[in-house]
Design a protein around this ligand. Sequence first.
Ligand code: GLN
Length: 321
Amino acid sequence: MIKNISVSQITDAVYEAYDLFKDNSTGENARYIPYLANIPSDLFAISVCLPSGRLINVGNTDYVFGIESVSKVPTAILVMMQHGTKELLAKIGADATGLPFDSILAMLLEKEHPGTPLVNAGAISACSLVKPIGDEAGKWNSIVNHLTDLCGSSPHLIDELYRSESDTNYNNRAISWLLQVYNRIYDDPMMSLDLYTRQCSLGVTNEQMAIMSTTIAEGGRNPITGKQIFPKEFTPQIISLIASVGFYQKTGDWIFSSGIPAKSGVGGGIIGIMPGVFGIASFSPALDKAGNSVKAQLALQHVMKKLNLNIFHPTRAIVIE
Ligand code: GLN
């Protein structure tokens, strides 16, 4: 059965979620990255991007924040494009670790591969696999150009965040050297870590995140530029990675209670992908104990519930404009 949803139903759900949760002060900013600790905790944004490119925005949707772990998704897509899905599976894997994003224990339990490109170990390994374009800054250019393609406009490095993370990322350094010990990194470990740290420090807006979500939900077609960014065939693999580990050790609880594959970052951003229907993003810096934005989770859950949408539901939905 196909269900029709109108733009005004989506708009109402988005505004209602904003009003319901804007004053919620649960959670705390990420403290282990000094820059993130100082971002105003009450910022809040929700954006939905429809396949036509129409945007429904509420709150601080043009505030530039650190993309952090949401950047693991575009780089995983880039590695799929450059090496193919079989190579991604063989060299990194697609398994949920069931453990926090920065877990060293996860690496010790599964020495065969880092598990998935959506936790730190797999993401650093993914950065090592990125093929350069052009000169020596080529790998970085590859990552930034690809993210620009997905969002339809360029992200900008937040220098202060990059310095703040680089000065404090001791755990990620340990992860990078362990990847070397287990032969699961495919370029220089510290260079790969630096690429990863820089990609996490890219500044994006909530609106850009929603456009990226819709590019994925639409099988690689950017809804704003109309450009095909990745082969449509990769879409199920990309969304399956997000569905299986997007919230780390809390992913099962998340998908059970929300019905939407989503990926979070400690900067406070979450992207949600409703395949063939729309992409949604929400941003608010205060996090729960697993590092996922409290208000952004509430917002996505509310919109999905209000529209009676769920990726596992037998009814498919079409947005009527
Ligand atoms: N850059 C952060 C880190 O490596 C990203 C973590 C996250 O967003 N979950 O710790």
